[in-house]
Write a protein that binds this ligand. Structure first.
Ligand SMILES: C[S@@+](CC[C@H](N)C(=O)[O-])C[C@H]1O[C@@H](n2cnc3c(N)ncnc32)[C@H](O)[C@@H]1O
Length: 207
């Protein structure tokens, strides 16, 4: 989907996604000291806003102006400051100092855009910082609930770890993780790719 199609999807006052943060984002940031965070493909901002509430200096990047406009309103309601950037992730230039946390949640792109986005995300991690990629996994197609029906946009854990290693990061958690989805027909299981990776701290700097 291009940005105009996402803009159409985001039109209207209702949130397309939930207002709660992603459960893996919550778990994986629990032990981190808040610093500068960027949420790539932030959509309506649920994760960036939650990070700001936890004390992170948060930035959200997305190419949908309509999605970002909703994020602005949502952040105002929650009374937090987030910097919003309208840009495709693949062509976004991170600041030279990078971020202490780079989160990218459910940016389901076909190749070569997916690899380009992963490379940008990994490059944005500051020394001592953490990359967190959460995405609909390829196996979700056959044994998971919801998510995109096209295999072209689904992730494999290995492609994320390879991108992280390529960018000089050390991989931490790297697995297919089950996410419980509460539906009108009861709980269902979705299969996500969840990968964390860390950039080694610069010489003499404590992470
Ligand atoms: C499934 S939504 C996920 C939103 C958010 N990460 C969340 O978890 O609530 C995917 C988001 O990716 C954005 N997106 C898709 N392709 C993009 C691209 N190439 N660059 C930037 N944003 C993109 C869409 O506008 C949409 O907001």
């Amino acid at each position: 989907m291009d940005s105009r199609q996402w803009d159409e999807r985001y039109r209207g006052d209702e949130l397309v996604w939930t207002d709660s943060p992603n459960q893996f984002l919550v778990a994986e940031t629990a032990e981190l000291t808040p610093g500068r965070a960027v949420d790539l493909a932030c959509g309506e901002g649920r994760n960036a806003i939650w990070l700001a509430e936890q004390g992170w200096e948060a930035t959200g990047v997305d190419f949908s102006a309509v999605g970002l406009a909703k994020a602005v309103r949502f952040a105002a309601l929650r009374e937090v400051q987030v910097t919003w950037v309208e840009s495709p992730v693949e062509s976004w230039t991170p600041p030279p100092d990078g971020f202490d946390l780079v989160a990218m949640c459910y940016l389901q792109l076909p190749q070569p855009n997916r690899s380009a986005a992963l490379a940008v995300a990994a490059s944005a991690v500051a020394p001592g910082g953490t990359l967190l990629v959460i995405a609909h996994d390829l196996d979700n197609l056959t044994r998971g609930y919801g998510g995109p029906p096209s295999p072209d946009v689904l992730y494999r854990v290995s492609e994320v770890t390879e991108a992280a290693v390529e960018a000089g990061l050390t991989v931490g958690r790297a697995e297919q993780a089950v996410r419980l989805v509460h539906t009108d027909d009861g709980p269902r299981e979705a299969i996500d790719t969840v990968v964390t990776a860390r950039r080694p701290a610069a010489d003499g700097v404590q992470a």
